[in-house]
Design a protein around this ligand. Structure first.
Ligand SMILES: *Cc1c(COP(=O)(O)O)cnc(C)c1O
Length: 454
């Protein structure tokens, strides 16, 4: 019998609304607090930094469905629906009775899921009459997605890129420049924050914290300019639910419903994006599905962090967020999945974790690369090192099914491809990478610093 490997939606079936899980959550996330007054934030408090629509979405706990603007949906049509793929070859290699499906977000023009939110955020900025936007980028994927989205909607973009990445990842930089962005190595002479650091330490290689302060300073001082973020915030995860909403219809085409849904976990946007539309049925209809976040063992906020108010950024500029965190001073070492190198989890995911709707697993660096290479050999796509964490978790689930001799339907999000991350593969293939066991003392040290925040 001929078997179908890939499932696509007709253009007319691409979602017209995003799903806002906050409206259905039995326990809503605790409020985001103003960093000085410690009072719950109102949307207006966010207007000076984010677009007004994104600010309202951030705090919307009442509307379960939020319209995808036609202009954004038109852009989605360039690469959506993304394929849902049954990984027959991977199943065969694992000799498992499990059915493994993946949602392939690597087919977007920028090679990752990040474009789903970049297009929405750029569109809102344009619609609200802005001319410029800015952001920071460490690993480079968010900056890349926003460069393309800014070009699409006719905005000028300035990306502050951590100096060491700027020098070590020239192709990420050229991609952003190809799409017309101005990429500035941070610290730079273009802001007060940057000049101050460079005067004190002329050879400083930069950090995400510095890049954030430069971008926020630009947004605050240049009229018509706002700032954007590519993960962690509620509105970002909202935009990513287009992934799970499509996957839900595509799984139906395949005649299956997942027993377990898996996403790799940086700040939570691709995990929430694929999970929340399915979790809706767990909350509302009592469906029994497991949701597994795959985080790196060297940055284990969900499994070894604490649930506490903390800053969203290293520099301490953002509002205080109630979240699972390793402390905003936590600097994960020895990890090549740059997009997972984040100290905290978004507030929605953190509440869901606390309430037992989801679980988390830690994946060692070597296991993630081993899974990524096997996936490339069996399914033909070289995964982003971030996505390989989800693949490793999916493989573990499939092997468990084999051990138990029970069938199981597994769905994971392939958040991006790794074609611009071959330096990391190079180091893995030449035996240059190690696992890193994070000592308890290192975690405790950063978490202890949080107590005086609130
Ligand atoms: C940024 C990124 C991630 C991690 O971010 P989330 O917000 O947790 O999804 C994962 N995979 C890829 C390919 C990324 O670019």
């Amino acid at each position: 019998m001929e078997r179908q490997k890939r499932f696509f939606l007709e253009e007319r079936d691409i979602p017209r609304k995003w799903y806002n899980i906050m409206a259905d959550m039995k326990t809503k996330p605790m409020p985001i607090l103003h960093p000085e007054t410690k009072q719950p934030l109102k949307a207006e408090d966010l207007y000076p930094i984010f677009s007004e629509e994104a600010s309202r979405q951030e705090l919307n706990t009442t509307d379960a469905w939020i319209d995808i603007p036609d202009e954004v949906r038109e852009q989605y049509k360039i690469y959506r629906s993304t394929p849902l793929v049954r990984a027959y070859e991977l199943e065969k290699a694992l000799d498992t009775p499990a059915h493994i499906y993946f949602k392939n977000e690597s087919v977007s023009p920028v090679g990752s899921h990040k474009l789903n939110s970049a297009l929405a955020q750029a569109y809102y900025c344009k619609k609200e009459g802005l001319t410029n936007i800015t952001t920071e980028t460490g690993a480079g994927q968010w900056g890349t997605a926003l460069s393309y989205a800014s070009k699409v909607f006719g905005l000028e973009l300035a990306v502050y890129m951590v100096k060491v990445s700027y020098e070590q990842k020239p192709y990420r930089r050229s991609l952003m420049q190809t799409w017309g962005a101005q990429v500035i190595a941070s610290p730079s002479m273009s802001t007060r924050a940057g000049r101050k650091i460079l005067t004190e330490q002329p050879t400083y290689q930069g950090s995400l914290g510095t890049a954030i302060s430069e971008a926020i300073e630009l947004a605050r001082t240049v009229p018509g300019c706002k700032y954007t973020l590519g993960s962690v915030m509620n509105h970002v995860t909202l935009h990513q639910t287009v992934i799970g909403l499509e996957a839900e219809k595509q799984m139906e085409m395949a005649g299956e419903y997942p027993d377990v849904v898996i996403g790799c976990f940086g700040g939570g946007s691709n995990f929430g994006g694929i999970s929340f539309p399915f979790m809706r049925h767990t909350i509302l209809d009592g469906k029994k599905t497991r949701f597994v976040a795959a985080e790196p063992a060297s940055c284990p906020k969900l499994t070894r962090g604490v649930f506490q108010y903390d800053f969203g950024d290293e520099a301490g500029y953002t509002p205080l967020l109630p979240m699972f965190t390793l402390g905003h001073n936590f600097a994960p070492a020895h990890i090549h999945a740059g997009g997972l190198r984040y100290h905290g989890a978004g507030t929605i995911v953190s509440q869901l974790m606390k309430d037992g709707y989801m679980e988390a697993v830690d994946i060692n660096q070597l296991d993630s690369f081993k899974a990524g290479v096997l996936f490339a050999q069996k399914e033909g796509i070289v995964p982003a090192p971030e996505s390989s964490h989800a693949i490793a978790a999916a493989i573990n689930e499939a092997l468990k099914a084999k051990e138990e001799g029970t069938p199981k339907t597994i769905l994971f999000c392939l958040s991006g491809h790794g074609l611009i991350d071959m330096t990391a593969y190079d180091r893995y293939l030449s035996g240059d990478l190690q696992n890193y066991q994070l000592p308890d003392e290192e975690i405790k040290k950063n978490i202890d610093c949080l107590e005086k925040l609130i």
